[in-house]
Write a protein that binds this ligand. Structure first.
Ligand code: GLU
Length: 550
């Protein structure tokens, strides 16, 4: 067979050679050791934590080494394409601090290695498919869906590995004339790789290859033996082919991707070899897992776990710095230790490595994220916190605009308890913060809890006496002494421990009395210091609330 003649017949419109593309996309001029990474999402409109997890690793590897991180849109599967998805990807990742140096952007493409959108690279894929055909390493396959399922049935009956390979690859040995005839009859065809793997060998003689994965170490796998499709009937590439051609021409040095791609690795390795390209360093990340309802680890699922979606964090108003900090704790096993040693260092100073990435399943835990968030929020200035909450509200809770009208008031509220030796850690995410502080705003203030049973019957009298003696300029000690006096006068213990010792002698203790006041002023029994809150609320509002309660 004259393969060059076949290649020319199949791809008459290809006017460039692989050498032309090699020249158009030369080796990048980067410092020694600089890594080139990429994120290759499909524009399905759903961007999830796994994408962010991978993007984070990509971003760190590239930027830590003075390299390049680019965004490639993998849109060859048009069934899954959703309008506006590219904007969603870029905006969601940008929100979490992931910035690309190159590739698809909202304004168009940036960089010298494009197009970065696979659907615009058809001519390139065709050129390299043509090269493989011309070297006898790929061939057109005319098998129909029906024929393929018939083959599968026979393979199942004979207990053989399913797929198109060896003797099942019925189009492998067609002559030039047969191929020409089929094409002139308009028969559709795909282009398949002519794999070297040999399925007919007994298990123990199947060839294996070894490859270093930067996360998993040396992997040993059987070589590929399937005549994998590289171009579909409409001429678009499969993921396998596009990955190999793109990552070669875009000069990607490190491919960070999910472990779900491990089974395809033999195909990719064979494709790199047949095309004569150097493969990148693969970094197959662990799946994101969570502890499921039954207490066992399971994969995060799109259907069951809303927290898989990045939108979940944006809508609830998690601060991006908190999400990033938390992701690093699951990305790199030595991050937490580093953070303890460097509590105030910028996260960028941490040296991220693939060796410290887990290969067995990264456990995602919302409670842990919440704990991390509490600490991270304490390090953010109130002024930045104010701005963050305001932009969150503008997007998700526009009806809250009024709480941002008095900047000083809200900042004072947000600052409560932050400067103590043991600072308050009650703020986690915007939605919850707004709820935490809602009582500072009359329209959101509600009595949410009952008075404590020990003092319920006396509530009206407690509040009346408190109001009577109320003096807004009292210092904290004078203020508390007044409450203690009310308690003692009304038959409550001045100290909780006295009540605990002799409960029969008292109605309750001073804490029950102050809880009545706390509920009247704040609507809830758990809150920061009442005196401090009254000072922020102001005299008028405090008195009004107490009166309303009567
Ligand atoms: N388009 C692939 C995906 O959505 C990208 C995989 C890769 O990074 O190679 O999972």
């Amino acid at each position: 067979m004259n393969y060059q003649k076949l290649a020319d017949m199949l791809f008459p419109e290809v006017d460039k050679t692989p050498a032309d593309y090699e020249a158009m996309f030369p080796q990048r001029n980067l410092p020694e050791g600089a890594k080139v990474t990429r994120l290759g999402p499909s524009p399905t409109g759903f961007i999830h934590l796994g994408n962010l997890f991978g993007a984070f690793a990509d971003e760190r590897l590239a930027h830590q080494s003075g390299g390049v991180f680019f965004l490639r849109i993998e849109d060859t599967d048009d069934k899954r394409f959703v309008d506006g998805a590219v904007e969603i990807i870029i905006n969601s990742l940008r929100f979490f601090g992931i910035k690309f140096d190159e590739g698809a952007t909202i304004e168009g493409e940036v960089g010298d290695y494009g197009s970065y959108t696979q659907s615009r690279r058809k001519a390139i894929y065709q050129c390299f498919a043509k090269k493989l055909i011309s070297e006898g390493k790929a061939y057109p396959c005319f098998l129909t869906e029906d024929e393929i399922s018939e083959i599968r049935n026979q393979q199942e009956a004979a207990k053989q590995t399913p797929g198109i390979y060896g003797k099942w690859a019925l189009s492998r040995n067609l002559s030039f004339e047969e191929i020409e005839a089929k094409i002139s009859q308009g028969q559709p065809y795909v282009i398949r790789l002519k794999s070297d793997g040999d399925m007919s060998l007994p298990e123990d003689q199947i060839k294996r290859f070894e490859i270093e994965d930067a996360i998993r170490g040396t992997l040993s796998m059987p070589v590929n033996d399937q005549d994998t499709v590289i171009l579909k009937t409409n001429g678009t590439p499969t993921y396998h082919f596009a990955h190999v051609v793109d990552d070669h021409l875009m000069r990607t040095t490190h491919v960070v991707r999910g472990a779900e791609w491990l089974p395809s690795l033999p195909i990719h390795v064979e494709l790199f070899e047949k095309l004569g390209f150097e493969p990148p360093v693969y970094c197959h990340t662990a799946q994101l897992m969570k502890i499921g309802e039954d207490g066992n680890k399971r994969k995060l699922s799109k259907r069951k776990d809303p927290e898989l979606s990045l939108d979940y964090y944006r809508k609830l108003g998690y601060h991006p710095a908190a999400v990033r900090e938390y992701l690093l704790t699951i990305l790199n096993s030595n991050f937490e230790e580093w953070r303890i040693a460097n509590p105030d260092a910028d996260i960028e100073e941490f040296e991220f490595t693939t060796e410290k990435m887990s290969n067995s399943g990264a456990l995602f835990d919302l409670n842990k994220l919440n704990d991390v968030s509490k600490d991270v929020l304490l390090k953010i200035s109130v002024s930045d916190l104010f701005d963050f909450l305001k932009s969150w509200a503008a997007e998700f809770r526009p009806e809250l605009f009024h709480i941002f009208e008095d900047r000083k008031y809200l900042e004072t509220i947000l600052d409560i308890g932050r400067h103590e030796a043991k600072p308050r850690k009650d703020h986690i995410y915007a939605e919850q913060i707004v709820d935490n502080i809602s009582y500072f705003f009359d329209d959101m203030f509600r009595i949410q809890e009952d008075f404590p049973p020990e003092a319920k019957g006396d509530a009206v009298e407690i509040i009346s006496r408190y109001l009577e003696g109320y003096c807004h300029s009292d210092d904290q000690e004078t203020w508390f002494n007044k409450i203690r006096q009310i308690a003692v006068d009304m038959g409550y213990a001045a100290k909780p421990k006295d009540y605990k010792k002799h409960p029969e002698e008292y109605k309750g203790h001073v804490g029950h009395v102050s809880t009545v006041i706390r509920i009247a002023v704040m609507g809830r029994s758990q809150s920061p210091d009442v005196w401090e809150i009254q000072q922020i609320l102001g005299e008028e509002r405090t008195i009004e609330r107490l009166k309303n309660c009567l």
